[in-house]
Design a protein around this ligand. Structure first.
Ligand code: SF4
Length: 369
């Protein structure tokens, strides 16, 4: 490296859906050391680029992520430094990087600031990466000043279980005093919602991830949590119509009838559902019951929801794949419902194969010879 040349680091964002906080901190730290940084997030036609340092961050433990990492490793070999929960749950940013103010300029990003006030969670939901990765809930030494630019009013909080933190009331008051608009991106835990916390949340400008709508996010992952929602229904009602969004996981360990119980509850309460497929985490495969299809499929597939039809279609497509995996046939009424509004032409992909379709449920079909 020439003594006058500014060294270059290429930062590979392997799979993030939002600006990657770790890479933005790396970028800030490297720039403090006199480096130039370049973000790379396109993986089609990826070719070798000459640089002095190569860093990659992978968030999801998914096949696509692994393929991209392999590609990077083929190009850069041992010069590639990889981090992120899609690669290694225990690897941490060096302290001097962790404490940097994020370089939002890396992504040309100005819609919101993002960061954590607390990390970890004291529960141990089997499908969740947090207990293994972050351990028990703890307050970080960071405050809004450590990741929110002066002029920024939108903040996406990444805290895993903020409401369960014993000093959460002070943090909520700080949000109110600073007049911040907040996206609670990891959802709030209904079990920790009390009247006092609710009164504070009501004063917060809580937003969706695009900051275009008022939204308060909770999660409902098991039927036995419905009771908690019922006990707090009066508190939630105070947010007004079309404000409560509930994220509900599927595809991990619940049967169809258990899922149906949750879907019906969300529908009855007119909460805005977000159906979230289980993303496998390291060492934890989905454990659907052998008899996953344990109820009349027609009762599920004809449901409609107050909002979020595209997300529901995605869930139905997942059901369709599961049905085929289990019974070796596609269930025609389900196919017709999936493609009744969007991608209508895709229905022909199935209809032209009548040998793979059935109008009946629950039959096991013999394997083709
Ligand atoms: S899903 Fe939520 S409550 Fe459960 S362990 Fe993860 S962060 Fe905690």
């Amino acid at each position: 490296m020439s003594p006058t040349r500014q060294p270059l680091a290429i930062l590979f964002d392997v799979d993030s859906k939002i600006p990657n906080l770790a890479l933005m901190k790396w970028s800030a730290w490297l720039k403090h050391q006199g480096w130039q940084t370049k973000l790379e997030k396109k993986f089609t036609d990826l070719t070798y680029q000459k640089a002095d340092r190569y860093l990659a961050s992978a968030v999801f433990y998914a096949a696509k992520t692994h393929r991209r990492l392999e590609l990077l490793q083929q190009l850069y070999g041992t010069n590639l430094e990889i981090g992120g929960s899609g690669f290694d749950l225990k690897k941490r940013l060096p302290d001097e990087v962790e404490t940097c103010f994020p370089d939002y300029g890396l992504y040309g990003h100005s819609l919101y600031a993002t960061g954590f006030l607390t990390r970890g969670c004291s529960k141990r939901c089997a499908f969740c990466i947090v207990p293994q990765k972050e351990g028990k809930l703890k307050r970080l030494s960071s405050s809004f000043d450590d990741f929110v630019p002066m002029e920024q009013k939108n903040v996406m909080l990444l805290d895993d279980n903020l409401l369960s933190f014993s000093g959460v009331e002070d943090l909520l008051r700080e949000i109110i005093d600073r007049r911040l608009a907040i996206n609670f991106s990891q959802t709030l835990d209904i079990a920790w919602l009390t009247e006092d916390k609710n009164n504070l949340l009501l004063q917060i400008d809580s937003r969706n991830s695009k900051f275009t709508k008022r939204r308060m996010y909770f999660s409902l992952n098991y039927p036995n949590q419905i009771r908690l929602f019922e006990e707090r229904a009066g508190l939630l009602k105070a947010f007004g119509p079309a404000c409560i969004s509930v994220v509900a996981i599927y595809g991990f360990d619940t049967s169809l009838s258990q899922d149906y119980e949750r879907w019906m509850y969300l529908r009855r309460k007119k909460y805005i559902p977000f159906f979230q497929e289980y993303w496998p985490i390291l060492g934890v495969q989905s454990r659907l019951p052998e008899m996953f299809f344990d109820m009349d499929l027609d009762r599920i597939i004809r449901l409609t929801f107050y909002s979020n039809g595209i997300n529901w279609e995605k869930y139905l497509r997942w059901l369709n794949r599961k049905y085929f995996e289990q019974f070796g046939r596609y269930y025609r009424p389900l196919i017709e419902i999936i493609y009744r509004y969007n991608n209508k032409q895709s229905v022909w992909k199935y209809l032209k194969r009548p040998d793979l379709l059935t109008d009946h449920q629950y039959h096991k079909y013999p394997e083709k010879s």
